[in-house]
Design a protein around this ligand. Structure first.
Ligand SMILES: Nc1ncnc2c1ncn2[C@@H]1O[C@H](COP(=O)(O)OP(=O)(O)OP(=O)(O)O)[C@@H](O)[C@H]1O
Ligand SMILES: [Mg+2]
Length: 351
């Protein structure tokens, strides 16, 4: 169970895109989302009905010392025999959504492996890759396929990092797949027929847009605008250091209007990029996106949904990834305050 098998690795995570629900995990699973500003961990285990959150932690990445952050997490969550799942994202990862003639998954795997250089701008020897059929029950001659590639060095580095922290990482996934998986399994009406829903993860350094149609992931894009850029703008406008700007962002008091004014440019750029992608998706895929959900720490900014709603002209809501999970009432800390940051970790823990 604890041995790494790279072929299986990507196959298994992509099964979620396919919406094949695997057997409930025998052991508890800990999803560990290593972001640029914080490491988030969620342990999910079986409950009488469904799953429950057994533990959680958000460890700020002060100075970027990942190894000590991981060690702290492992002490707090008592890492013992749980399955550890983490993820990679951004540069060096690529997901492509293509239409191909309908064939079996086996045939697809056999054929596309010879065409990797057609789909990815990477040397095929340097990547781990996998594919999934997104509409396995479809009757059309064409089928929708997700092809994913990750630079080997990114996965290998992740494994090494865990090893150096004295931990064994069991699986590595992609952030957008994990987030989309969480949303598809736990989100509001994600699987409703004919409907496309967007999920925007606003992180510290970047944001990630995912569009799901009938509960399965159909589009992803990284947008390199994150909440730290807002902190910089606030620092400039109020002439304070980064820590004070961060504090203002989290607790604006009566300064909210000035804060929003200071953040106007990056926020509008982000909204503009999201709109472009949604328009592209609507035109290319003939599916209207009718709602957007925000996750990620950056979406906690007061009144952000309203700003997005106005900018995008469609309903925008914050999605709480823990909403439909049972949270062990004995858990300490204020999990609800951090819930919005835990989407990717929950998706990883669902494996
Ligand atoms: N209450 C809050 N109000 C406003 N912003 C917040 C709040 N809490 C956290 N943030 C911001 O959210 C960001 C962290 O969110 P998150 O943990 O989702 O990012 P990350 O995963 O570390 O980053 P990335 O996804 O870019 O790697 C930080 O920039 C932080 O300033
Ligand atoms: Mg993140």
């Amino acid at each position: 169970m604890h041995t790494m098998d790279f072929k299986k690795l990507f196959e298994q995570y992509l099964q979620f895109v396919n919406r094949i629900i695997p057997k409930p995990p025998v052991l508890p699973v800990i999803g560990i989302d290593i972001g640029t500003t914080a490491v988030k961990a969620v342990e999910l285990g079986p409950a009488a009905e469904g799953l429950q959150v057994r533990h959680w932690a958000v460890e700020p990445l002060a100075g970027g010392d990942l190894k000590s952050a991981l060690k702290k997490l492992s002490e707090r969550l008592h890492f013992t025999n749980q399955v550890l799942v983490s993820s990679v994202f951004g540069k060096g990862t690529l997901m492509r959504f293509v239409d191909l003639p309908r064939m079996s998954l086996e045939d697809l795997k056999k054929s596309y492996i010879y065409e990797l250089d057609k789909y990815f701008p990477f040397d095929p020897k340097t990547i781990y890759t996998d594919c999934a059929i997104l509409d396995p029950e479809g009757k059309d001659k064409k089928m929708q396929v997700l092809l994913a590639a990750v630079k080997k060095e990114m996965v290998d580095e992740r494994l090494k990092l865990f090893k150096e922290a004295g931990l064994e990482l069991n699986r590595v996934m992609l952030n957008p797949v994990a987030a989309a998986n969480a949303f598809s399994r736990l989100g509001p009406a994600a699987g409703a027929a004919g409907k496309a829903k967007a999920l925007l993860d606003i992180g510290g350094s970047a944001s990630s847009l995912m569009i799901l149609k009938e509960g399965s992931l159909r589009f992803t894009r990284d947008i390199f605008i994150g909440s730290q850029q807002l902190t910089q703008k606030i620092a400039g406008a109020f002439n304070v250091d980064a820590a004070a700007a961060e504090a203002l962002k989290r607790d604006p008091g009566d300064k909210l209007a000035q804060i929003m004014e200071a953040c106007d440019v990056p926020v509008n750029n982000l909204i503009g990029e999201v709109r472009l992608s949604i328009d592209y998706f609507t035109t290319e895929r003939h599916a209207q996106v009718d709602e957007i959900f925000l996750i990620g720490g950056g979406s906690s900014l007061k009144g952000f949904e309203g700003v997005f709603e106005k900018g995008l002209g469609m309903p925008v809501k914050i999605w709480q990834p823990l909403g439909s999970l049972r949270v062990d009432p004995a858990l300490g800390g204020d999990i609800q305050t951090h819930a919005v940051q835990l989407g990717v970790a929950v998706g990883l823990g669902l494996l």
